[in-house]
Design a protein around this ligand. Structure first.
Ligand code: IYR
Length: 228
């Protein structure tokens, strides 16, 4: 394809091919996207029905379109489908969670979680066909092993995770944001290099049949927006 390239201050730029919409289309698209995203729920009960690998590839490609500090894309997505590794992750996560629920979390925290029905049991770590463990790269490494700076790493990886969650929902699948704490065991289990730290674990799959999720209400617009 013949790209329309312009050199600006010595660096190549490509024409931004913005799609053009009428105001009516913009309003309709914004509202339709909200209506669909408002159906997204964190789901803790999964089906073991397999998912094609190309779906996993597409949602990770979407996540990786997120903006990042100086476009360093300081993330790595570890995709686990191995039953043996999922089992190891579940065992280690449940051990940490047991210690959290039985002492590390204070009374207010436990009370806040009660309506959500979470506990130290994490069967979804074995049942979901895929686990995606997102690692943040606190710095980069070039081919010679030299350290390269990364910027706004938490913000960047948080944004990529948001894109990933949206892509999972848009694909018709479900997930939840699991943060076993501490999560260092994942570095070892998945043999990650020194510049990567575990950030978030997302099981991905179809929901189990006939499940119920907590009857939560989202804040009204007035509670989350201030206009100036
Ligand atoms: N990481 C624990 C506890 C937990 C904490 C919060 I804050 C939640 O919103 C949900 C769970 C767990 O995964 O069970």
């Amino acid at each position: 394809m013949n790209k329309d390239i312009k050199i600006i201050e010595g660096h190549p730029h490509v024409r931004y091919n913005a799609k053009s919409y009428t105001e009516y289309e913009v309003i309709t698209k914004a509202k339709a996207y909200f209506e669909d995203m408002d159906l997204r729920r964190s789901v803790r009960e999964f089906s073991d029905k397999p998912i094609p690998k190309e779906v996993i590839e597409a949602i990770i490609k979407t996540a990786s379109t997120a903006p990042s500090g100086a476009h360093k894309q300081p993330w790595k997505f570890c995709v686990v489908s191995s039953k043996a590794i999922k089992k190891q992750i579940r065992k280690a996560a449940e051990e940490e969670e047991m210690a959290s629920y039985d002492g590390r979390m204070n009374e207010e925290w436990l009370k806040d979680l009660k309506p959500l029905g979470t506990d130290h049991n994490k069967p979804f770590l074995e049942i979901a066909p895929y686990l995606i463990i997102v690692f943040k790269q606190t710095y980069g490494l070039d081919n010679e092993g030299n350290k390269k700076q990364h910027y706004y790493v938490n913000e960047s990886v948080g944004l990529a995770c948001g894109f990933l969650i949206s892509a999972i929902h848009q694909a018709g699948l479900v997930t939840l944001t699991h943060t076993p704490s501490p999560m260092n065991f994942l570095t070892k289990l998945l043999d990650r290099p020194v510049n990567e730290k575990p950030f978030l674990l997302l099981p991905v799959g179809y929901p189990a049949d006939e499940i119920y999720v907590p009857d939560i209400k989202r804040k009204e617009l007035e509670g989350v927006v201030v206009y100036y």
